[in-house]
Write a protein that binds this ligand. Structure first.
Ligand code: NOJ
Ligand code: CA
Length: 564
């Protein structure tokens, strides 16, 4: 296969326009500000931006409550500003993915307003209603502890409506063909304005059957094929990236066994086990999660992330594992959220220790898939636990040590910029870190640069190489007659590991030499063919197997012909 599926080896950066850069001085980030920061992003080396929702919204769930799918919220600018931005991104070779939030609308959306007012309206059946109070309304909440129920009574409609999320987010009746047609129209609209695809919000809920009599919702997976076919037909290089926190045994239903459904999915299984691995210095459950999520069609890709704009959801770990992660990274009640997760940013969870942050990022960049970075994590931004729920990790980007971190000239930013203390903008900002070669920002830039030159991770086949030490993860990737190998020590203490690269046939010889891509200490195998490595606490190594002539050896096809 020709390797032009861009998302297989991309570096995605997610940001919220409202907290990135405020150009017009009203305290809220906007598209003009973001446009001006595109050179920063290009310099960092990211190849795609995932924009959180920016459509018209009352903002009761940070824009995940859309009131008009066909417009930019005026606080962020105009459609004209949006197109200037996508054009600026394209000029710099950066693709734009946008959130597609179509499981539900805002209750202020005119469809819902029509639907509640008039039972004869065509919009009535766009939502999910019940005349009688459905049973089990206190079950299946996504935000337990904050959200009270999944059904609410609407006085005006004189009926109950279903909402998987907050009560101001009525679920769309996604089984209704008219709703499905409208979803395609929304996709078509933004594709025409220059986006390269969608991060699809809440996919398992979009495709689930909904209704007062539905006890056990069933997934209508083939709906995903309809979305995929439409966007691929409109623009051949567009993708759908699904948010679906599901168990590995349904992964192939989402990707499609023939690769005909979602191009990408976030790997929540690996995410949670990765945090457990960091907390316990035990990589065994992570290795298990990697194996469980290994099967996927060649055209499909995982999105790998550490933190995002939501809480770190630990719901799929065992109780014991979850408690281990809580104890290490979120021991206080106000650090935890929704009875299952941690709402902090990455840097404070790891004690602001750069070695540990590098280790975590190095792992993320070398696990099978495409890395997704959260804005601000490249400079190690902190959180503000005084802000409610997930807002604590959504504070404005810290650009400099000027007032409000250089985010705005207004005295009243949309959310307070973190100031004072170890994570305050006075010390943690992009401008200062630009000047220090060893800063996290410059490290991130270098690691992204290197990651792009290691397409084996995005395209290749991986093997977890036995190292007989649970604190150390050794992984090898093979692709087109090239191999790379990564070693990560998740423990604070140094470790000594012994391993065989594990290549056979013609390549066994190559396996005796490992060239370190990030430093001078290369590794030569002993007479027994094994590498012996002393690796410092939280250390990481990126090796090319065999030597730096790899591009001269690379084959043009995935499976080199069998040599006789
Ligand atoms: C998932 C999003 O990531 C989250 O932020 C949002 O609250 C829910 N979906 C509802 O749209
Ligand atoms: Ca503004």
């Amino acid at each position: 296969m020709i390797n032009d599926l861009w998302y297989k080896n991309a570096v995605i950066y997610c940001l919220s326009v409202g907290t990135y850069m405020d150009a017009n001085g009203d305290g809220i980030g906007d598209f003009t500000g973001l446009l001006r920061r595109l050179d920063y992003l290009q310099g960092l080396g990211v190849t795609a931006i995932w924009l959180m929702p920016f459509q018209v919204s009352p903002h009761r769930d940070d824009g995940y409550d859309v009131a008009d799918y066909y417009g930019v919220d005026p606080r962020y600018g105009t459609l004209g500003d949006f197109v200037e931005f996508t054009h600026g991104a394209e000029q710099r070779g950066i693709r734009v993915l946008i959130d597609l939030v179509i499981n539900h609308t805002s209750n202020e959306h005119k469809w819902f307003q029509e639907a509640r007012k008039d039972p004869q309206s065509k919009y009535r059946d766009w939502y999910v209603w019940s005349k009688k109070k459905p049973s089990g309304i206190n079950q299946g909440m996504v935000f337990p502890g904050v959200q009270k129920s999944t059904w609410s009574y609407d006085e005006e409609a004189r009926a109950w409506y279903f909402h998987r999320f907050y009560e101001f987010q009525p679920d769309l009746n996604t089984s209704n063909p008219e709703v499905q047609a409208e979803i395609l129209k929304i996709m078509g609209f933004w594709l025409q304005l220059g986006v390269s695809g969608f991060r699809m919000d809440a996919v398992p809920f979009i495709i689930a059957t909904k209704g007062p009599d539905v006890r056990q919702p069933e997934e209508q997976y083939d709906m995903l094929r309809t979305f995929r076919e439409f966007l691929q037909w409109r623009r051949g290089d567009c993708i759908a990236l699904a948010e679906a926190n599901v168990l590995p045994d349904t992964d192939l239903e989402y990707f499609g066994r023939d690769g005909g459904r979602m191009h990408m999915m976030f790997n929540f299984q690996v995410n949670q086990n990765l945090f457990y691995a960091l907390a316990a210095a035990d990589t065994r459950p992570l290795a298990k999660a990697l194996k469980a999520t290994k099967p996927r069609p060649t055209t499909a890709q995982w999105g790998l992330f550490l933190r995002n704009h939501d809480e770190l959801d630990l719901g799929r770990l065992t109780e014991e594992e979850r408690q281990t992660v809580f104890a290490a990274f979120g021991p206080e009640p106000d650090m935890q959220l929704y009875e299952r997760g941690i709402r902090r940013r990455l840097a404070p969870m790891l004690g602001g220790d750069q070695r540990r942050l590098e280790l975590a990022y190095s792992l993320m960049f070398t696990l099978p898939g495409t890395p997704v970075i959260r804005y601000g994590d490249e400079i190690g931004m902190g959180d503000n636990l005084k802000l409610p729920e997930r807002n604590c990790a959504r504070t404005p980007m810290q650009w400099s040590n000027e007032p409000h971190g250089g985010f705005t000239k207004s005295g009243k930013p949309v959310l307070p910029v973190i100031g004072g203390g170890p994570y305050g903008y006075e010390h943690i900002n992009a401008a200062i870190q630009r000047r220090h070669p060893e800063s996290l920002l410059n490290w991130t830039e270098r690691i992204i640069r290197m990651r792009k030159e290691v397409p084996e991770v995005g395209w290749g086949d991986f093997t977890v190489v036995p190292a007989r030490d649970p604190a150390v993860l050794v992984m090898r990737y093979d692709w087109r007659n090239n191999s790379v190998l990564f070693v990560h020590n998740l423990d604070a203490k140094p470790r000594e590991v012994t391993f065989a690269v594990g290549l056979d046939g013609d390549n066994a010889e190559e396996g005796k030499l490992l060239i370190n891509l990030l430093a001078e200490d290369h590794s030569r195998a002993g007479d027994d063919g094994k590498h012996r490595l002393v690796i410092e606490g939280y250390g990481y190594r990126w090796y090319r197997v065999g030597g730096l002539d790899y591009l001269l050896r690379r084959s043009e096809i995935d499976q080199p012909p069998v040599r006789i």
